[in-house]
Ligand binder design. Structure first.
Ligand code: NA7
Length: 558
């Protein structure tokens, strides 16, 4: 071992260029990680590709961008004064409001002084002899740290299909995930939206209200529920704030990390069809998606129960959309409801009753090329001035693939994950010591209230690094066998549900050539948290720990 490894991690003099922890990304995950590690006394720096904090909420500025979890839930819980003082103006917060909130958090806790913006990390390499991570970025000297935390986000690599002729398009085109910060004036324009996922469903009513004509290219219809967004109910806000700590504790005992939706105990098959429909109607009237997803314990397990809900929503679509042919086209028929991200909208289906909106069936007549004047399908050329690609992201693994991550023996993460992501708890990867993932594949991540899961991961990671400091442990990584068992478990849990039945970004189906592997852990956040805590309490069971006095590896726990 060389000099840098002789000091106890996080203690004693630090060679001037050696950090304790380097964090990649200043979104909600990176910011809280910085706060937590700094509080524990570690020397931390964050590097962020964007020009400001916020991650997803910094980049996704398309019209109508809004969170689909209620504001009182979708916020940090770590500081009671913060959650008491911050006022959310609406039931569901818009992107600009969330970005204001994130900026407020960065200022309030003086986080910016440790963040370098406009810096995209290109490589991350672990030197086993020194037990040091070295990261590189254009225009900066190498960044060296004992630990590396990837807070790179799950939906941060926008995916524009490789359409022939795109470069010849004479109008303007945008991907929703990198929407211009100054906004786009679409008034009087002929606009095409490609895609009908959550993003498009939020954006389409806004664009229709502005554009001269909107053409929506739909390949797969999606289920969407009404948000019933409204200005914040002051009484509800007051009641919520009066019991915030209890609410947060309750959220930890749920599947999705959202309070008010306890673990369901009843099977949908135990109630009559009439009662099922009445329950779905009540949830439809209340607005939001979590109620639907947690109303019965077999909603995402039993095809029969699921189909009742699916048909209920299809009925609403037929009731709402005047043209029966358009309504039929909007009715999803190829996946169980909830097996793809359940969308949340304000006036989505109603938008198709407008004269200036045309739905193009991009399944029956696929897009074959972009022309100088617009989009050509197998049926016709649609002339437009602007194309908005709401075509999604290389989800969960994309941002990590973009960084050339390599470790002991030169193994690269990209190669290791060629057949799908392999992690232990979605937190660490065998062969890549001292590198942590925030909400990585194999954790509940996108199948939960993200800030809830971010806080849980950042707390676990900080506790782990503190434990290493206290116990003179210089390196930690999962045992290969523990990792394999976890991956099998994640898959087994998913296979017991209807989730794998959909061609969703949860299985990488939206990226040509991406291996079809179900990535999130869907046993629920409460089950997951309990497992993480138990493993840590058992001395990091399933992890290989290297101590300073005994550099030979020792397996913790049993
Ligand atoms: P999604 O949910 O991945 O949706 C992408 C949409 O783009 C979906 O409707 C796709 O159809 C469509 N798409 C992709 N490629 C094409 C081509 N080549 N032709 C036509 N249509 C295409 O991304 P979002 O941004 O909406 O949402 C991502 C998450 O962000 C969301 O779940 C929230 O968690 C926040 P397909 O279904 O593949 O047929």
């Amino acid at each position: 071992m060389n000099d840098t490894s002789k000091r106890s991690p996080g203690e004693g003099p630090i060679p001037s260029d050696l950090l304790d922890v380097v964090v990649v990304g200043a979104g909600l995950g990176g910011l809280y990680m910085l706060y937590r590690l700094r509080k524990a006394g570690f020397r931390v720096k964050v590097f962020e590709a964007g020009g400001g904090v916020g991650g997803t909420w910094y980049w996704n500025r398309y019209p109508g961008a809004r969170c689909d979890i209620e504001s009182m839930e979708y916020s940090y819980s770590f500081d009671d004064e913060l959650q008491q003082e911050w006022e959310w103006p609406e039931r569901y917060a818009t992107q600009p409001v969330i970005l204001d909130y994130v900026n407020h958090v960065a200022d309030r806790f003086d986080l910016r002084r440790d963040i370098t913006f406009n810096t995209r990390i290109k490589t991350a390499t672990f030197e086993p002899s020194a037990e040091v991570w070295t990261l590189t970025a254009d225009g900066l000297p190498p960044i060296r740290a004992r630990w590396c935390v990837m807070a790179t986000g799950n939906l941060s690599t926008p995916q524009t299909p490789d359409f022939k002729g795109l470069e010849s398009f004479e109008g303007d085109w945008y991907h929703t995930g990198i929407w211009p910060h100054e906004g786009v004036d679409l008034s009087g324009k002929r606009v095409a939206v490609v895609g009908t996922g959550s993003t498009a469903i939020q954006m389409i009513p806004k664009i229709a209200a502005q554009a001269d004509h909107l053409h929506v290219f739909q390949r797969t219809a999606n289920f969407s529920l009404p948000a019933r967004n409204a200005p914040m109910d002051k009484e509800r806000e007051r009641a919520f704030k009066a019991t915030y700590p209890e609410r947060r504790a309750e959220a930890r005992r749920t599947s999705f990390g959202v309070s008010g939706y306890p673990l369901p105990t009843q099977s949908a098959l135990e109630v009559s069809k009439e009662e099922l429909v009445a329950r779905f109607q009540a949830l439809w009237d209340e607005g939001g998606t979590i109620g639907f997803l947690t109303c019965f314990n077999d909603f995402l397990v039993s095809e029969e129960a699921n189909e009742v809900a699916a048909e209920f929503v299809r009925g609403k679509i037929r009731e709402t959309v005047n043209d029966p042919e358009v309504a039929q086209l909007l009715c999803p028929n190829d996946h169980p409801i909830g097996s793809k991200r359940l969308c949340l909208d304000t006036g989505y289906y109603e938008t198709y009753n407008r004269d200036n909106v045309t739905l193009v069936n991009a399944r029956a007549t696929p897009i074959i090329e972009i022309t100088p004047k617009g989009i050509r399908t197998t049926d016709a050329e649609v002339e437009v001035d602007v194309i908005a690609f709401a075509t999604g992201f290389d989800a969960m693994t994309g941002a990590l693939r973009e960084i050339d991550i390599s470790a002991a023996g030169g193994e690269r993460l990209r190669d290791k994950w060629e057949g799908g992501p392999l992690t232990y708890l979605g937190l660490m990867v065998n062969g890549f010591p001292n590198m942590f993932l925030i909400t990585g594949p194999g954790s509940p991540s996108v199948k939960s209230q993200m800030i809830h899961s971010i806080e849980q991961h950042a707390d676990w990671i900080s506790d782990c690094i503190e434990y290493m400091r206290e116990n003179y442990i210089t390196a930690i990584e999962p045992e290969a066998e523990a990792e394999m068992r976890w991956v099998l478990h994640v898959n087994e849990v998913a296979d017991g549900t209807l989730y794998p039945r959909a061609n969703s970004w949860y299985v990488g189906a939206n990226i040509p050539g991406k291996p079809r592997v179900f990535m999130p852990y869907v046993a629920g956040t409460s089950v997951y948290r309990e497992k993480c805590d138990r493993i840590a309490a058992a001395g990091y069971e399933g992890f290989k720990l290297t101590t300073e006095s005994n550099p030979a590896s020792a397996v913790a726990g049993s």
